[in-house]
Write a protein that binds this ligand. Structure first.
Ligand code: LLP
Length: 430
């Protein structure tokens, strides 16, 4: 059990010392609940893990969860931002980050997005040489210099779901490692581009350190070659995000401390080997920071026993939490109002989307379930509410924040109006 999760005397699940059943009753379901102290704890843990290296900055990966309250918590902790769209740039600035704390990665950036990042003075991390050429044209037109870096694809293979590996040789992301020298040479030729660093992000939900070590080593050798061949010194080396969390007991996992123990010696030995000036190390954790801080509460509506299975039907589906269906992801299921009771029956938790693939949890041993019970899916904080949609014309869920026994709503549930309020019906069709 996580430190912020517990069971109270009523046998109810608690999160941040708040009764989950009470939350479901107060705010309705489906409901995401995020624990503030857990986010702070995880951020500190990640940060402290790299204490042995003098210059480390964490850029929280906004894509994992951009609820404003969460962004403010992380700003207070000192986190910068890894952003990938004009929307995320807007959010990072809105919560008060300084432009220099923000790195704009992301692929297929539009001219408008490049222009915005340039205007605001945000580091632009190129995903392609073509993107550099397009930004340069914009810089010339505006007479403005940009701070830039390149995302390099180190061609490594972390063990994770195929959709979550981004640094494979055949991935769409970054520029191939063998073209890095050429890319930096071209950037150096431009008086409008100020080169600041180099970046990689090899994937997400990574549970071993090997691929990181291999990729980091390659990246530092590229930094060495840039120094030796072009006389270029980099201010930062960005190792991206990707540290996985323990969704499932008995599965392998790594901690930031273990990663630091492997990476820092590599960094130090390469600095010495190539005579580099000590770069600042950036990391872009998303899932590690917010992943296990949230749970998703859904209410049981329909029970169905077939000759083959028992289905527990809930009032949410993959439009609320897509991860089980998109990536075959495991989220532990708990009956929140019977959390202290022993498992008695094996069930599938079925979502309410009209598709047979919409099973949120398969073959789980749970206490006897009745209609009206509350099912909690654990570790739903990363890529949960942020990936929710209105599919099947269901408004998106609400989100509550808990903090040491108190709670409040941080995201209102969408209403039925939100399904139509951006639409227009041509007069002739009415
Ligand atoms: N930096 C970059 C450039 C990224 O693309 C990502 C995630 C991160 C950092 C943060 O990675 P993390 O520390 O969260 O693993 N929707 C999927 C995950 C997609 C990850 C995309 N990129 C899921 O639900 O598992």
């Amino acid at each position: 059990m996580r430190p912020h999760i517990g069971v109270n005397e009523k046998n109810h699940l608690t999160i941040g010392e708040v009764d989950a059943v009470e939350l479901a009753e107060d705010f309705g379901t489906p409901l995401y609940v995020v624990d503030e102290m857990r986010i702070r704890e995880r951020y500190q843990e990640f940060h402290d893990a790299f204490d042995d290296y003098p210059k480390v900055e964490l850029k929280y990966a906004y894509k994992a969860n951009t609820s404003l309250a969460v962004l403010h918590i992380l700003r207070q902790e000192g986190a910068g931002a890894d952003v990938l769209s004009a929307g995320e740039i807007y959010l990072a600035l809105k919560v008060g980050l300084k432009p220099e704390q923000i790195i704009f990665t992301g692929n297929n950036k539009t001219d408008e997005e490049l222009e915005l990042a340039l205007e605001k003075g945000i580091i632009i991390n190129f995903d392609a040489i073509h993107e550099m050429e397009r930004l340069e044209r914009i810089c010339v037109a505006k007479g403005k210099k940009a701070m830039v870096s390149f995302r390099v694809n180190p061609a490594v293979s972390p063990r994770t779901h195929p959709h979550l590996a981004t640094g494979l040789r055949e991935s769409k992301f970054g520029i191939p490692a063998e073209e890095a020298l050429e890319a930096y040479t071209r950037a150096m030729e431009s008086e409008y581009l100020e080169i600041r660093g180099i970046h990689m992000h090899i994937g997400s939900q990574i549970t071993g350190t090997k691929a990181y070590e291999e990729a980091a080593s390659k990246l530092l050798d590229i930094a060495g070659a840039l120094k030796e061949k072009l006389g270029l010194g980099l201010e930062f080396i960005d190792f991206g995000g990707g540290v996985g969390i323990r969704y499932e007991k008995d599965k392998p996992y790594i901690t930031p401390r273990e990663l630091a123990k492997k990476l820092i010696p590599i960094v130090e030995s390469k600095i010495e080997k190539h005579g580099l000036k000590e770069p600042t190390l950036y990391f872009e954790p998303g899932r590690y920071i917010v992943g296990d801080a949230s749970i998703l509460l859904m209410r049981v509506s329909t029970l169905k026993q077939t000759p083959y299975k028992k289905f527990v039907g809930v009032d949410g589906g993959f439009h609320v939490l897509p991860r089980p269906v998109f990536y075959g992801a495991y989220h532990k299921a708990v009956v929140a109002n019977k959390a202290g009771l022993r498992g008695e029956e094996r069930v599938d938790i079925a979502g309410n989307v009209c598709e047979s693939g919409d099973i949120l949890a398969r073959d789980r041993l749970l206490p006897r379930i009745d209609d009206g019970d509350i099912i909690a899916l654990m570790d739903a904080g990363a890529y949960g509410i942020i990936m929710a949609s209105q599919y099947n014309s269901r408004p998106r869920p609400a989100e509550a924040l808990v903090n040491r026994g108190s709670y409040e709503l941080i995201r209102q549930r969408e209403g039925i109006d939100d399904l139509i309020n951006k639409q227009r019906v041509p007069r002739r069709l009415r």
